[in-house]
Design a protein around this ligand. Structure first.
Ligand code: FES
Ligand code: FE2
Length: 453
């Protein structure tokens, strides 16, 4: 059945809440196929939430811009002459034409290719052909500036924007988990994004591409070919019994390998030199320096898993890449891969890191070719009249684990391979979708878990 051909219906609050049951892990598969739910996601999740835009290193100078999306709204992220970062909807206020067509660049202003209206870097309408003749000098330019995001803020050089003026500050929105995730990228020092974002489209629902990043159950099986080819050492990265999950408000989560608390206590005693020496000797994960604990928190620093900043920013293990899962309809997702390297890295190191990133994920990545097949077939099956009634069963680890709260306020679970992250993500999704405003969303947030879950 083609997209949009399904019966669209208005989804009421109770119906939305019934789409996922956190007590059993039962997920209604219409969340991966329904057109009306998709439209609601664009309003209630993407336009309302904080969306990752770009990194400081991509727009260092006045006039530098980068094109990104808030849901399906294309936006220009641009640094103006005062150094301020603006997020402008890339749609001319005359007839709506897209102003900026390049993906990235430097501009003095933005001129529309249709009738020539010209906008400043802060979105102000500064020039209109025929203003005094055809418009008789009567056009009020001051009301026709480009539409701006309601809030634009950054953390550790990573810029985010929201269309909703009621949104909390970015700092509060990110919480421990979001700040740990961004801290993971910067744990070894300042970073920069490599020019050239790798982009590809997979025929899958965006949420399947998100929930998979918490899924360490599929790795040994789905990626067996990558393992047997010798390209990656699955046994070296899996640590199925040493998993650390962190959960936070608004649906943010981290899941994946974690350093056991006792081992971290030993690492905490080591100097930075000793950590670096041990990392070289073992050729394993690089031990993070002392300063990383400040950025990531005492539990966060133990994580070598995958953070997802709700809704759709995945930070890959060790922070070498981040990926946006951009929605393009209920059955299509555009993936944008950003490669991140240490600031000023020597060319050989930079080249080696880019090569690793390119071969792991993204359109040429060995791992995502395996994953994409599973995601698109799972999405296709959710469109069937029968298939969409069958449910997904996300119950691994349910009732088996203990959630704890650190003195720093982090909520975490030391466990084995599990589906806590997926459940937390769909629980968050359900709350976002059922709430009509930020006030309602904030009031409906479940308490962060402590004890058996
Ligand atoms: S649509 Fe842009 S100037 Fe007319
Ligand atoms: Fe995978």
């Amino acid at each position: 059945m083609a997209d949009g051909a399904q019966v669209c219906k208005a989804w009421g609050r109770q119906e939305i809440l019934s789409l996922f049951d956190p007590d059993t892990g039962l997920l209604d598969r219409r969340v991966h196929s329904d057109e009306a739910l998709y439209q609601l996601e664009l309003e209630r999740i993407f336009a309302r939430g904080w969306n990752f835009m770009c990194h400081d290193s991509q727009i260092p100078e006045p006039g530098d811009y980068f094109i990104n999306y808030i849901g399906e709204d294309q936006v220009i992220v641009v640094r103006d002459q005062e150094g301020q970062v603006n997020v402008l909807v890339n749609s001319c206020r005359h007839r709506g034409n897209a102003l900026c067509r390049a993906e990235q660049g430097r501009a003095k202003s933005f001129v529309c290719s249709y009738h020539g209206w010209n906008y400043g870097l802060d979105g102000t309408l500064i020039g209109v052909p025929g203003q005094s003749t055809y418009y008789h000098g009567a056009l009020d330019k001051s009301r026709l500036g480009l539409h701006k995001a309601a809030k634009v803020e950054s953390h550790l050089g990573f810029w985010f924007a929201t269309m909703d003026p009621q949104a909390p500050s970015l700092h509060d929105y990110l919480g421990h988990v979001g700040r740990t995730g961004l801290g993971m990228i910067c744990a070894h020092g300042d970073v920069e994004v490599v020019d050239g974002i790798q982009k590809n489209v997979i025929d899958c629902n965006w949420k399947i591409a998100v929930d998979n990043l918490f899924d360490w159950y599929h790795v040994m099986y789905s990626h067996a070919s990558a393992g047997s080819s010798g390209y990656i050492d699955l046994a070296g990265i899996l640590h199925p019994k040493e998993q650390l999950v962190m959960l936070d408000n608004y649906g943010h989560a981290i899941s994946g390998p974690g350093v056991p608390a006792a081992a971290q206590a030993g690492i905490d005693q080591m100097s930075d030199e000793a950590r670096a020496a041990l990392s070289r000797e073992t050729e394993g994960l690089q031990l993070r320096p002392r300063a990383a604990t400040e950025l990531m928190g005492p539990v966060g620093v133990r994580s070598h898993g995958h953070p997802n900043l709700f809704p759709n920013l995945w930070i890959t293990i060790s922070g070498l890449q981040v990926c946006l899962r951009l929605p393009r309809g209920p059955s299509k997702t555009e993936l944008w891969w950003f490669t991140i390297v240490p600031k000023g890295a020597p060319p050989p190191l930079r080249a080696a890191m880019v090569r690793t990133a390119t071969h792991l994920f993204g359109p040429a990545g060995l791992l995502e070719q395996d994953d994409g097949e599973n995601w698109s077939q799972t999405t296709r099956a959710a469109r069937g009249v029968t298939g969409r009634t069958l449910g997904q069963f996300l119950e691994m680890g349910l009732g088996q684990d203990e959630a704890r709260r650190s003195e720093a306020g982090e909520h975490y679970i030391d466990t084995q391979i599990n589906e806590h992250g997926q459940r937390w993500f769909y629980r968050g999704w359900r709350d976002w979708m059922a709430a009509e405003s930020w006030a309602e969303l904030t009031a409906s947030l479940p308490p962060l878990p402590e004890g058996r879950l």
